[in-house]
Design a protein around this ligand. Structure first.
Ligand SMILES: [Zn+2]
Ligand SMILES: [Zn+2]
Length: 86
């Protein structure tokens, strides 16, 4: 499956961001330390979001799935393979 928007630059940004945010930011705000498993775009690229760190959020798989489930977008079915793509 081609995902042109996620190129080399994104892979680098994601790894750097995850290294700087080793714990899920959502869990952290609730006092839990869960290792970061994915980097989420707060504003989806499809809605004009960017890879800027102000638009990123380190999340664990559970929180990532919940975020996408809550906003009910069509990404939710892609979350699994996106999250495991480390
Ligand atoms: Zn979490
Ligand atoms: Zn996401």
């Amino acid at each position: 499956m081609a995902r042109k928007r996620y190129g080399r630059a994104w892979t680098f940004i994601r790894k750097t961001y995850a290294a700087e945010h080793p714990f899920c930011e959502v869990c952290l705000s609730e006092g839990r330390y869960t290792p970061t498993e994915a980097v989420h775009h707060i504003k989806p690229l499809s809605q004009g979001g960017t890879h800027d760190i102000s638009n990123l959020k380190a999340v664990c798989k559970a929180c990532h799935a919940r975020i996408h489930g809550e906003i009910g977008d069509r990404w939710s079915r892609k979350v699994k393979d996106y999250a495991s793509d480390r």
